[in-house]
Design a protein around this ligand. Structure first.
Ligand code: GLV
Ligand code: MN
Ligand code: MN
Length: 398
């Protein structure tokens, strides 16, 4: 099987142009640009001899016939300020491998672009619902930070839906190529990472409510300042987590909304996201306990009302040993001595697919470890090496 690097790179740049903003891309799930990209992808799938299929949440499959096939892909939605490769690389590399496989007379490769991997409405929502990790009725109630619901989001694609959710049992496995999104491969000068596992994640929304008041006349000791509560919580939490975490554990307050958000008003309300990730389920649980205890203490001491929304999450997942070996052998053939096994700190749709089939992932370096940022980039030679490793590994599966 001979993948065509020029055809692959051209497709990747064509997709980049839909929603391009400077060097980055803005194509959040169910936005006009996301839907435009999915329609374009469907046409690409058809040109490659694959049958496009939109499921009820907008996951787009390119099916290689009705029989069993290997599923490959990633996602084409982006972060609110996204890079051009996060997700797009895995979809276009999968499409190129599918084209090369068709030209070589096999194996059967189906391609997918999952919807809302970036979690505008939750965490990897499209693949999670497809895989049965969350019911559609539950997912429909998820709300984005702009107040829209998942039901409203997916309604924007209703006219494209081909039919019900596809049976995951028709796929023999799932292989996803992705940028690393971290610094390890770039720093070591290696070309390829064979993923060993994907971290688990927990996310919840916390609301602190105090009282908005005049910022000039309200004495400090009488304030019920929601931002001060958030700031103290953050500081105290960092201290308390120190004894529980490993160097790989991460936690983030990435979205904050202050009300009324005026320079001369004591903030009466702070709504913020609390997210944490680790490869160990017990540690995720211990962190949850510390988070809940700390925020309750801080809110109590400052006279703030506390409300904690539902927690959603994904469990840590190990990659399939046999598929990892195929990727490792292909990596050694294409980039001798310049690859490693490594865990993924980013989430991926492979976690959802793993509920039903063996899964594996391949990483290529991210320049300076930058991702979820317009500056995200990867050297062209690394993109092509990744494509070749992927194609070689798939061909070796027979
Ligand atoms: C997905 O990109 C994530 O890891 O947040
Ligand atoms: Mn991604
Ligand atoms: Mn991402």
């Amino acid at each position: 099987m001979q993948p065509n690097p020029e055809r692959f790179l051209k497709s990747l740049h064509d997709l980049r142009s839909i929603g391009a903003v400077g060097t980055g891309v803005v194509r959040p799930a169910y936005s006009d640009k996301d839907i435009e990209a999915r329609k374009w992808l469907a046409a690409q799938f058809r040109d490659a001899g694959l049958t496009p299929y939109f499921d009820p949440v907008g996951n787009l499959f390119g099916l290689a016939g009705d029989g069993p096939s290997l599923l490959m892909g990633s996602h084409s939605d982006t972060q609110p300020e996204g890079g051009w490769l996060d997700g797009a690389l895995g979809v276009m590399a999968a499409l190129e491998v599918a084209r090369a496989a068709k030209e070589a007379g096999g194996p059967a490769i189906s391609v997918v672009s999952f919807q809302d991997e970036e979690g505008r409405y939750g965490v990897t929502t499209g693949s999670t619902v497809w895989a049965g990790g969350r019911s559609l009725a539950e997912a429909d109630k998820l709300t984005a930070s702009d107040g829209t619901t998942y039901a409203e989001g997916r309604a924007k694609m209703a006219d494209l839906v081909s039919g019900d959710f596809l049976d995951p049992g028709r796929f023999t496995g799932y292989v996803e190529m992705h940028i690393e999104q971290g610094p390890y491969l770039d720093t070591s000068g290696e070309a390829v990472g064979v993923v060993s596992s994907i971290v688990g994640i927990r996310v919840m929304e916390i609301t602190l409510t105090g009282q908005s008041n005049h910022a000039g006349t309200t004495p400090m000791h009488l304030r019920r300042d929601a931002f001060q509560g958030l700031a103290e919580f953050n500081q105290t939490l960092n201290d308390r987590l120190r004894n529980v975490v490993t160097p790989e554990t991460v936690w983030t307050i990435g979205h904050v909304s202050l009300t009324p958000n005026g320079a001369s008003i004591v903030p009466g309300k702070a709504v913020f996201s609390m997210q944490w990730r680790d490869g160990d389920t017990d540690r995720l649980k211990r962190m949850e306990g510390i988070i809940r205890e700390t925020i309750a203490e801080v809110a109590g001491a400052r006279g703030l009302e506390l409300s904690i929304g539902p927690m959603i999450g994904l469990e840590p997942v190990a990659m399939d040993a046999q598929l990892q070996s195929a990727l490792a052998e292909a990596a050694e053939a294409e980039a001798p001595g310049k690859w490693r096994h490594m865990p993924s700190g980013a989430l991926h749709d492979a976690t959802s697919a793993a509920r039903h089939m063996p899964v594996a992932m391949l990483f290529v370096p991210s320049i300076n470890g930058i991702s979820h940022n317009f500056d995200e980039d990867t050297r062209e030679e690394d993109l092509v090496t990744g494509l070749k490793v992927l194609a070689r590994a798939v061909a070796s599966l027979g």
